[in-house]
Design a protein around this ligand. Structure first.
Ligand code: GRF
Length: 193
């Protein structure tokens, strides 16, 4: 990665669509002494996203954007990021697919977390597909975002064992707890910390 932290923390935007538990864990991490990042902006496509409450709690700027017209929205978003001097984007439960063009412009600066051991189970309904396939293990992956869905270079993964009576909900809960640890670790790794 070309970014270097230097003295200042890397200005980061977190993109969310839902509960924002990963956002919360990233905010907590950003406030720790050893964090290479600061979280300066929260972006959501969903005005009802529960995670938006963290903007108020932690006094972080937020923007809600309408992705119906993706091109227009992304042009606007690009300007917002530039104006705010954002250098890193962390997708955290963000349910919109960014265009190839947008990703190209920010190459190497967008990270995502996905609740499976990529390259297995890209896309949606991960836990159901994992259980239907009678997998013994699942997990989560932090990766760079490229133009193909859930396919960029893997930074870190964490494996979890699937229990006998595992349900979609119990697996999601188990993996989410690991996601909260993995994302900060992966960010530290990106910055060689
Ligand atoms: C996480 O499992 C993430 O990997 C997936 O969506 C979930 C978002 O959870 N893409 P939260 O909004 O961070 O609580």
């Amino acid at each position: 990665m070309v970014l270097s932290t230097g003295y200042n923390r890397v200005r980061t935007a977190v993109f969310i669509s839902g509960a924002g538990s990963n956002l919360k864990s990233l905010i907590k991490f950003s406030k720790s002494k050893k964090s290479p990042i600061s979280i300066n902006l929260i972006i959501s496509n969903n005005s009802k996203a529960k995670g938006l409450k963290y903007a108020k709690i932690f006094k972080i700027k937020k923007k809600i954007l309408n992705f119906e017209n993706k091109k227009l929205c992304e042009n606007n978003l690009f300007l917002i990021l530039k104006k705010d001097k954002i250098e890193l984007i962390c997708l955290a439960g963000f349910m919109k697919i960014l265009s190839k063009n947008f990703i190209k412009k920010l190459k190497g600066k967008i990270l995502n977390i996905h609740p499976s051991l990529l390259p297995k189970y890209k896309g949606l309904n991960t836990h159901k597909r994992v259980l239907d396939s009678k997998e013994k293990y699942s997990g989560c992956t932090v990766h760079f975002v490229n133009s193909k869905l859930d396919s960029g270079k893997i930074i870190l993964q964490k494996k979890v064992k699937i229990s006998k009576n595992e349900t979609k909900a119990s697996l999601a809960k188990k993996i989410l707890a690991q996601e909260h640890k993995l994302y900060p670790k992966a960010i530290s790794k990106v910055f060689n910390l």
